[in-house]
Design a protein around this ligand. Sequence first.
Ligand SMILES: [Zn+2]
Length: 313
Amino acid sequence: MSGKLALGIDIGGTNVKLALVNEAGEVIASESVPTEPERGAEAFCREVAATAKTMTAQAGIAWAEVIGVGVGMAAFLDVERGWIEESVNLHWRDVPLGEMLTRELGKPVRVDNDANVAALGEVWLGAGRNANTALCVTLGTGVGGGIVINGRIHRGVTNMAGEIGHIMVKNDGELCNCGHHGCLETLASATALSRHAEQAGLVGKEGRELTSKEIFEMAEAGNAKAKAVVDDMIHWLAVGLSIGANILNPDVIVIAGGVVNAGDALIEPLRKAFHQEALARVARACTIVPAKLGSQAGVLGAARLVLQEIETV
Ligand SMILES: [Zn+2]
């Protein structure tokens, strides 16, 4: 085995993904286990650590070869201390996750939020490869964002840089989870798309909410209501991206989340709308691309964080 090895951990609301990754970005071993956040952070760390060690041993690798552990999760956190201030979806508050995992694993641990590590993963091995300045935007339940400049996450002073979902784009728009009105998240998330389709009278079988994929398919098939909902979403997304791009002047904007399965039906009109909204010199220098790594972006980015930040002798 050549080169350094890192363990990436992606803690999602439902599952925890683990992957042993080398410097070439190759996954040597991987595992996925249920998150079960209700067992508490102590038990969580103990059991995830056991899984990590078993997985490593089964791959024929000595635990001593792993240089460190990177973790990505949706949370407000203090990156320096690896301290989770609050994770809304796991209902964890004030958890010294970095310290707990270091105790269990005997390795240095880096913790960052899921959008940041996913952005780092996409720039390392995915759609933003070799970008100078990348803005990565995930359209899911909310709208997440991460900024990577010269291969490194740009965090700002309280790790809030890249929160593009809470850029206010529409005056007097809908109330957002953050307490403000008209945030990009209320207009361009997958959740917002489904909600707006429902408000337009579009429902699936047995009255259930339509998924983004179904709404895009209906629009493609010529349904006028679905097309109006999709056009509106793309317009507001372009407005939000242009604000981010006018500030960052990125060479790449990576769009992630289930909505990118719509492919050209999303990306092509989005590029056009973006060119109308952003400054011409900004738009000309910037490519909008769909993410490539899917649900692997988080573990790969988390491993990358370790390979970048942890010095070995
Ligand atoms: Zn908001």
